[in-house]
Write a protein that binds this ligand. Structure first.
Ligand code: UD1
Length: 371
């Protein structure tokens, strides 16, 4: 039997990208496996996504766990080298921009295994963001650059990447969204929480630049405390953020605010049951900026920049930064019914994973020289 193509997953935002890729390879009768580095390991951050999205168990689970960037990246590299030497995949697919993504791309490249990067070409132009380093380095290493939208093609061309390496395949996370939305909406999490559809906002917050800086974190929480006076907030709390809240005075206030529902991290279906019925979403996540655009729900991005500008140009996203006045102003606009309308970008159509399989198989038939 042919050696399987391997897709690497590590952290939460990888799972919804790998699920449709695996399904599309399976449907095409092509051997494909998922290898999990274990960067995220809690049941709520990892296992529940495999269950919700009908993914098979990973063929290898490495159990790398948390650590500094250097430690985590190095552990992933050491583990994956063994896996690749043993399994000899014809290609390694990496998704997104987490530490496992760049670590896998580096190991495969040195073993002369071609690499495809799904979600290539996104740039925030903020070099202090660990994901920006991961994105840029992964794109240097990848042989095949599979982009979600045309702005990413332009970024890659500007960096001198050959046009024959770049394929705009569309947004694979939206494949997962379109496929699973009916199942998510069979659940009524808002009702379980005593909330009416369209009468609450979702909040997520986990970027180191927001939660690891006490002043920024306090400013953000202050603005959100004002917003919860006008509309209930549902806040699934990332483990990193939970820790920071314990260390902060405003964090304590936040935990006891009457109109904020703090919950543990949610699975995909529960999260989408809530998000798809929200009045608006306040977030610093990357993926959620895209999901809200696809769902036509106003999104306020609590960051100074975005690597996903198409969600602003065409979608429902407004990058509001971390200035409390601006956050309040934009949130109240949405509550007044003046939220940003938008449309779903081209190729966010549920078929990105099929295009990924085609691009990968074409590459394997006639590989593209890097030079
Ligand atoms: C990682 C990604 C980020 C992504 C995010 C989604 C990198 C550089 N960052 O950030 O791009 O948006 O995942 O969540 O790869 N922890 C747990 N349980 C877990 C995982 C983590 O409790 O299953 C805690 C640990 O205390 C850990 C901290 O969360 O130290 C941060 O985890 P880590 O994987 O280092 O980064 P994230 O902030 O999750």
């Amino acid at each position: 039997m042919a050696s399987p193509i391997i897709t690497i997953v590590g952290a939460r935002p990888n799972f919804m990208k790998a699920a449709p890729i695996h399904r599309a390879f399976e449907a095409a009768g092509i051997a494909h496996e998922i290898v999990h580095t274990g960067q995220h390991y809690d049941e709520a951050m990892s296992k529940i996504f495999f269950e919700d999205l009908g993914m098979p168990k990973p063929s290898v689970y490495m159990g790398v766990g948390s650590g500094s960037h250097a430690v985590q990246t190095a552990q992933v590299m050491m583990g994956l080298e063994k896996v690749f030497l043993e399994k000899k995949p014809p290609m390694v697919i990496v998704v997104g921009d987490v530490n496992s993504t760049v670590a896998a791309a580096l190991v495969a490249s040195k073993l002369h295994i071609p690499v495809a990067h799904v979600e290539a070409g996104l740039r925030s132009r903020d070099w202090e963001m660990p994901e920006e380093v991961n994105r840029a380095v992964t794109d240097v290493l990848a042989d095949l650059l599979l982009t979600p939208s045309e702005d990413a093609d332009v970024n890659l061309a500007d960096e001198g990447k050959g046009k024959n390496r770049i394929h705009c395949v569309g947004n694979v996370m939206i494949d997962t969204l379109l496929m699973n939305l009916p199942r998510a909406q069979k659940l009524d999490l808002p009702a379980d929480y005593g909330l009416k559809h369209g009468e609450y906002a979702m909040l997520t917050l986990h970027r180191p630049s927001n939660v690891d800086h006490p002043e920024t974190f306090a400013r953000l929480l202050g603005a959100l405390l004002d917003i919860q006076e006008k509309i209930p907030l549902v806040f699934p709390v990332h483990p990193r953020t939970r820790q920071r809240m314990k260390d902060s005075l405003v964090g304590e206030k936040f935990e006891t605010a009457a109109n904020i529902k703090l919950v543990e991290p949610l699975g995909y279906l529960e999260f989408m049951s809530l998000t798809s019925r929200a009045k608006m979403v306040l977030t610093d996540s990357g993926g959620l900026q895209e999901e809200t655009t696809a769902l036509a729900i106003p999104c306020l991005t609590l960051r100074e920049n975005t690597e996903r500008p198409i969600t602003v140009e065409e979608g429902t996203n407004v990058v509001v930064g971390t200035d409390p006045d601006r956050i309040r102003e934009e949130a109240f606009k949405v509550l007044d019914g003046k939220g940003k309308a938008g449309q779903s970008p081209a190729l966010w159509d549920g078929k990105a994973s099929e295009r990924i399989v085609t691009a990968v198989m074409n590459f394997l038939k006639s590989p593209i020289s890097r030079y």
